[in-house]
Ligand binder design. Structure first.
Ligand code: GAL
Length: 956
């Protein structure tokens, strides 16, 4: 038999394991062929630019300050990722308005540089594997060091990046990642946060490995119209990172949503040493289940590779089967049929957590948007976090995936390529947006750049078209002359003229609306920075909901559009500035509580019978005065009643609203909605009594105890009849017990300056360590002088406080001192030994045990000492090796003894009756108890059940 065939047959047998659903391990069964370990937990964080860039450009592997391997970070705060430090800063009127008055960025350098460090052990068995660090997003301009080596500099705050650290790894020992993050400059004109605000991973593979960014699966149908026969196009690249060629095989197995094998293919070829090779196949698939927002049907592509009959790597790619197209007359077509985009633009921040969203919040936000009939989002104005797209694939939401900047230089094309390769397997993504409102968008140069960008996207993804968000009217010059699809930001008047003049170009409303409104407010108030929630106010360049949708709804060729915005976001407070700190464009506030316009869109964007009355009915002091009452509804007729007396029955015009002027008297305002003469909907608002109770509810009955999952808790202040108090502003205290913690609070008030997070103060006191003695020694190996009982009484006294030091180049010495620790101090949660400097190398022993090493003469090393101490007399011995210049221990030594922390008091005012608390579980199952208390109101406790769950594999 031809050996090649024999090989194929063996490999196919391996493929059968995949079909049977076995979790693949290497042939020896020791470790899985690929591990992707979450690297989010237990980072050390320091805010401030105390050490410069950390780079040392003349020699490799000897970086400075926190970039050095041996730097002591014991005194830094411990944080978990995702982490945004800007949300922790206070508001400051002098800070940038469009970034939400947070003192960060230009002019606030001290708050704009942060260092992160994480130390972890790699097992000795990792030797020979490829090790890669992956960052999904760091805002921004970061330098990454691994074991003291500078491994990369990544500027964009919105694209992911990765570094192969195989050569630098200590397998069988500790490894250190240091990341310097510099947010001194902005990339956008909206709140951007700062820090490692997306997930971070450590990926381990064998030397033969799949390159996931080059794995691509898409489907085609004859004439691009879905039918019974689809063709799957699968591509992947394999990399052989070892000396010696191998005869590799690759298999692709397609699993449906029940895990059944529905299609498969194999290929094989020789792969030279240290080389990459592309593989591709087409696979017929009959009767595919189509993906759409209404039927988010997913498949999985299992790509497996190996040689000599052994599986060496495997990846799983989620994908969906659907067709997309644009027709200049019919607009956007999904699965061959016109599909109107009822979309929202969104930035990435949320109340309480800034831009560092736990994954569940993505699902929460997408579910909220779907509730109003939203079927698409635009990731304005940057590549999103991968979990957002995962949520859109799974819940059913189309995505206009947006690149940050116009640019055909190498760096910008790299960012664009990263975006397209990362996101092209997501069925939710239906179009790429190359940029937003570029100042030079009407110039020939911008057209050239756009062509280059669009060509790159088409090469990487033959299945989707490109647009860009252009805030120009009937203008074809510049970018619009080259784009696949004309994108419209605002400018509703000239759309007919443009369509007439460019009948062959498809179009889409990239950014439309947008009403400015504040939840539960019914009059503009420039002093407090509130805008009424009636659909009446829009900035001069924009339009209300009724205005833009009135133009878009009857024009199918516009493909529908995206409202600016789904959720309020921090920054861009419009039309007012301070004290406003966030935008008012949202249909939801920053917490995700709907404003009244939610019901306008729900009425005209869904098939449900919708009837909603506004405003609330608490107008004490305005008895007898006329109140502007409106009904948002898709009923043909609506009749309004005040305390049972009809105020008139009115006919609803398409895409409109109904209004009554009603003389206020307390009681019940109610409405009935009719279709075909039948009553199909009711709504009512009632005058409520004084705030009396607090109610807590979670968005889900239980969460997974995996250390990441969150519960979104709604806080409501009600009257004694459990009716929401629409004017309540009570300050509520929160306490929590059980396996969970609060990670953020919010209330949707655009002018609220209360903190979103409360960080436990870390009070501590310092004890200077004095009475040092010193002796010169020959070497720095294992020294008897480091023993706790060693007698140093005859040694000479040493000065450790001054600059310089007594050691000449090449000299070594031991320094020793002793100190007392009280019983009280032994109960401290942490004791850190801080050195000014140790010049040049130091090995630090506490009671004879090695607490750590320092090899950076300019660093300020610190060591966790608590675990080595005992009550009574303790000793410290430091072996110092001087290399250049004068050396020794300089600038003093002290013990930083943490006092027992006071529990933080989380609190937040409700805004017009509502607030939000985000509760995160630990990895322990159990009941989390969240208690809310406020003077004068009935307290309440919510139980959240944290169910036993397998946490994602993580770096220990
Ligand atoms: C648009 C812009 C958005 C936002 C909005 C505010 O022109 O694309 O990012 O700034 O204006 O109305």
């Amino acid at each position: 038999m031809n050996p090649h065939f024999l090989y194929r047959a063996r490999f196919l047998r391996l493929g059968l394991f995949v079909l049977a659903g076995f979790l693949l391990t290497s042939a020896r069964g020791e470790t899985p062929p690929r591990e992707r370990l979450l690297l989010d937990f237990g980072w050390k964080f320091h805010l401030g630019d105390d050490w410069g860039l950390g780079e040392k450009l003349d020699k490799a592997g000897v970086s400075l300050g926190p970039a050095a391997e041996s730097f002591g970070d014991a005194s830094w705060r411990t944080v978990n990722l995702p982490h945004d430090w800007v949300v922790e800063l206070p508001f400051d009127q002098k800070a940038d308005t469009s970034h939400g008055f947070k003192p960060v960025g230009p002019g606030f350098h001290d708050n704009s540089v942060g260092w992160y460090r994480r130390t972890f052990d790699l097992p000795a068995s990792d030797k020979g594997r490829r090790l890669t660090l992956q960052f999904d997003g760091v805002y921004r301009d970061c330098r990454v060091f691994f074991n003291g080596y500078l491994i990369g500099h990544h500027e964009s705050g919105y694209t992911g990046f990765e570094y192969d650290v195989t050569d630098l790894a200590h397998c069988g020992g500790p490894n250190t990642i240091s990341v310097r993050v510099d947010a001194s400059q902005f990339e956008g004109w909206f709140y951007e946060g700062a820090g490692i605000y997306r997930h971070t991973w450590l990926v381990k593979t064998g030397p033969l490995h799949i390159t996931p960014e080059e794995t691509f699966v898409y489907s085609t149908f004859p004439d691009n119209v879905p039918g019974d026969r689809s063709t799957l196009h699968v591509k992947t690249a394999l990399r052989n990172d070892q000396s010696g060629p191998v005869n590799v095989a690759v298999s692709w197995v397609v699993l449906d949503d029940k895990g059944r094998n529905v299609a498969q293919a194999v290929d094989s070829a020789a792969l030279a040493s240290w080389s990459t090779r592309q593989f591709s196949q087409t696979i017929p698939l009959d009767s595919p289940a189509l993906w759409s927002p209404e039927t988010p049907q997913l498949y999985r592509l299992v790509t497996t590779t190996g040689y000599d009959g052994e599986v060496m790597d495997q990846t799983i790619t989620e994908f969906g089967i659907r067709t997309t197209a644009f027709d200049p007359d019919k607009g956007f077509l999904l699965n061959g049929k016109p599909y109107e985009i009822k979309g929202t633009c969104n930035h990435q921040d949320h109340a309480g957590v800034g831009s560092a969203l736990p994954d569940h919040l993505q699902y929460f936000r997408i579910a909220q948007l779907k509730g109003m009939g939203d079927n698409a989002i635009r990731t304005s104005h940057n590549p999103p976090t991968p979990e957002l797209l995962e949520a859109c694939d799974r819940l059913g939401m189309l995505v206009m995936d947006e690149n940050r900047l116009l640019g055909s230089d190498a760096q910008n094309l790299d960012y664009l390529q990263e975006l397209v390769q990362r996101d092209r397997n997501h069925p939710s993504v239906f179009i790429w947006s190359l940029f937003n409102e570029e100042n030079r968008q009407t110039t020939p140069t911008a057209a050239n750049i756009t062509s280059t960008m669009q060509n790159l996207v088409h090469r990487l993804d033959p299945t989707r078209l490109c647009t860009a968000a252009a805030n120009v009217g009937n203008t074809f010059e510049g970018v619009d002359s080259v784009l696949d699809v004309r994108g419209w930001n605002y400018h509703i008047e000239p759309v007919d003229a443009y369509h007439r003049e460019h009948p062959a170009q498809p179009e889409i409303g990239t950014e439309q609306g947008s009403t400015v409104s504040t939840r539960g407010i019914y009059a503009n108030d420039s002093e407090r920075g509130y805008v009424s929630a009636y659909d009446d106010n829009a900035p001069p360049w924009a339009n209300t909901a009724k205005q833009w949708w009135g133009v878009y709804a009857p024009r199918p060729w516009l493909s529908g559009g995206f409202i600016w915005t789904g959720f309020d976001y921090r920054g861009e407070p419009t039309p007012y500035a301070w004290p406003c700190i966030n935008s008012h464009f949202g249909i939801f506030d920053t917490c995700g509580f709907p404003k009244d316009n939610f019901y306008y869109y729900q009425a005209w964007w869904t098939d449900r019978n919708v009837l909603h009355i506004l405003p609330h009915w608490n107008w004490a002091g305005q008895e007898g005065k006329e109140i502007d009452v409106r009904c948002l509804s898709n009923c043909e007729e609506v009749e309004l009643f005040l305390n049972g007396t009809s105020q008139g029955r009115k006919k609803m015009a398409l895409n409109s609203e109904l209004r009554w002027n009603v003389k206020y008297s307390p009681g019940t305002l109610s409405a009935k909605g009719y279709k075909g003469g039948q009553e199909v909907a009711q709504d009512q608002v009632e005058t409520t009594g004084a705030p009396a109770n607090i109610k807590l509810s979670s968005d889900r009955p239980s969460i997974a105890a995996n250390g990441e999952d969150v519960s979104v808790v709604t806080v409501v202040v009600t009257d004694s009849n459990n009716r929401v108090s629409p004017l309540a502003g009570n300050l509520i205290d929160f306490s929590i017990s059980g396996p969970g913690k609060i990670i953020g609070v919010g209330n949707g008030d655009p002018s609220c300056h209360e903190p979103d997070v409360y960080i436990a103060a870390q009070p501590s006191h310092n004890v200077a360590l004095k009475d040092w003695r010193m002796k010169l020694v020959d070497g720095v190996g294992e020294r008897p002088e480091t023993a706790s009982t060693f007698d140093d009484s005859q040694w000479e006294q040493a000065d450790v406080a001054s600059e310089g030091g007594p050691l000449t180049p090449g000299q070594n010495a031991i320094y020793r001192t002793s100190f007392d620790v009280s019983a009280d101090e032994m109960s401290s949660p942490s004791v850190i030994l801080n050195f000014g400097t140790i010049d040049d190398n130091g090995w630090v022993y506490v009671n004879g045990q090695l607490a750590g090493e320092s090899h950076d003469w300019a660093g300020h090393p610190s060591f966790a000492a608590g675990k080595f101490l005992h009550e009574g007399k303790n000793t410290i011995a430091v072996v110092v090796k001087n290399v250049d210049g004068p050396g020794g221990i300089n600038h003093g030594v002290s013990l930083q003894i943490a006092d027992n922390p006071k529990p933080v008091q989380w609190k937040r005012s409700v805004f017009n009756g509502l607030a939000e608390v985000i509760v995160q579980g630990t990895k322990e199952p159990g009941t989390i108890e969240l208690t809310a208390h406020s003077d004068g109101l009935q307290s309440t406790t919510l139980n959240i059940s944290a169910e036993s769950a397998t946490p994602r594999p993580a770096v220990p």
